[in-house]
Design a protein around this ligand. Structure first.
Ligand code: C5P
Length: 232
């Protein structure tokens, strides 16, 4: 399992996305396509980015009854994405069904990871609104363990949670971590951030980096800096 930098392509149109990707003439970065771009452009954007030779993390965070998730995962698998995700809150059974749907006839499948608790959910809201009577960290670890039980490959989490997830689920259980900023860069709306070098030290397997690359004056240089700090 190789460490890699995934660029969050949080654009609202294919035009903007390709104008950005065209800047990369020497490398083919792993890219994340989220709900905004997918809902705007549909599956064709996935096919086109794939055709250009990029690996794709399709970040659609599925959460529905097991049968619906299984059938939807089968469709995403045919799109030939490399990684996709769902909400662990859908239960172990839903996650098992998702894996079944994702697995192709030849036995191959994209990497499947789970969202534990969204980083936008505070412990207070989780307890008061969702009636989850535990700490947020215990909830994250339990959901990660559920994902492991279901056979998933890992979870999306804050780099600062990666250590605790690895401790509970083992070193080979993947952590895919957003919230990455350069030491001398803008934090923006992210609260708990870490640098690519620190994420490497903590044990993240993949870092998801958006604005520090997409909004940089020189995105290719910013991407290379991430790779140097995190992978090399
Ligand atoms: O621009 P920035 O580097 O903050 O982008 C981070 C990406 O990771 C965005 O696509 C954001 O939606 C996603 N993400 C996150 N925190 C999570 C889950 C996903 O920032 N907990």
């Amino acid at each position: 399992m190789g460490k890699d930098v995934i660029i969050a392509c949080d654009f609202s149109s294919a035009e903007q996305t390709f104008a950005f990707l065209d800047k990369f003439t020497e490398e083919k970065p792993f890219v994340k396509i989220g709900m905004e771009l997918f809902y705007a452009e549909g599956p064709s954007i996935v096919r086109e980015i794939k055709r250009r030779g990029h690996k794709i993390f399709l970040d659609l965070k599925l959460h529905d009854i097991p049968n619906t998730v299984k059938k939807s995962m089968a469709v995403l698998s045919k799109l030939d994405v490399d990684m996709t995700n769902l909400h662990a809150a859908g239960t172990v059974e839903m996650m098992k069904y998702a894996l079944e749907g994702l697995t192709r006839e030849d036995g191959t499948r994209p990497i499947l990871i789970a969202v534990t608790q969204l980083t936008s959910t505070s412990e207070e809201r989780m307890q008061k609104e969702l009636l989850i009577n535990a700490s947020i960290n215990d909830t994250i670890v339990k959901y990660a363990e559920n994902a492991k039980t279901a056979g998933l490959d890992g979870v999306v989490c804050s780099p600062l949670e990666a250590g605790m997830v690895k401790e509970a689920c083992g070193a080979s259980f993947m952590t895919v971590t957003p919230g990455v900023r350069f030491a001398d860069g803008d934090v923006g709306d992210q609260v708990r951030v870490t640098t690519p070098a620190k994420a490497k030290e903590i044990g993240s397997d993949y870092i998801v980096v958006g604005r520090p690359i997409t909004a940089a004056d020189d995105p290719v240089a910013a991407y290379r800096r991430c790779v140097e700090e995190f992978v090399d």
